[in-house]
Design a protein around this ligand. Structure first.
Ligand SMILES: [Zn+2]
Length: 66
C-alpha cells in the first residue's frame, strides 16, 4: 500500500500501459479534490509555459489582489 500524496489516503497503484492510476481499497480509481486541483494547476502552467520570473510576477499580482 502507498499513500496518496495529495490527501494522505491509502491507495495502491495500477499500471495501465505507460501511466499509473491510483486505486482505492475497493478497486475504484482514487480521486480527491486535492489531486484534481493540483493536476489542473499543472496543466495551466504547461499551457502558459511562463518563465520562473513571469510566474513570480503573476503570483505577486494575484497576492496583491487579495
Ligand atoms: Zn487523494
Amino acid at each position: 500500500m502507498s499513500k496518496c500524496k495529495y490527501c494522505g489516503k491509502e491507495i495502491s497503484w495500477l499500471k495501465e500501459g505507460r501511466k499509473f492510476s491510483p486505486i482505492e481499497g475497493d478497486g475504484t480509481v482514487h480521486k480527491c479534490d486535492q489531486m484534481i486541483s493540483s493536476l489542473r494547476s499543472i496543466k495551466k502552467m504547461e499551457r502558459t509555459s511562463l518563465s520562473p520570473e513571469e510566474i513570480k510576477k503573476y503570483e505577486e499580482a494575484i497576492n496583491k489582489k487579495k
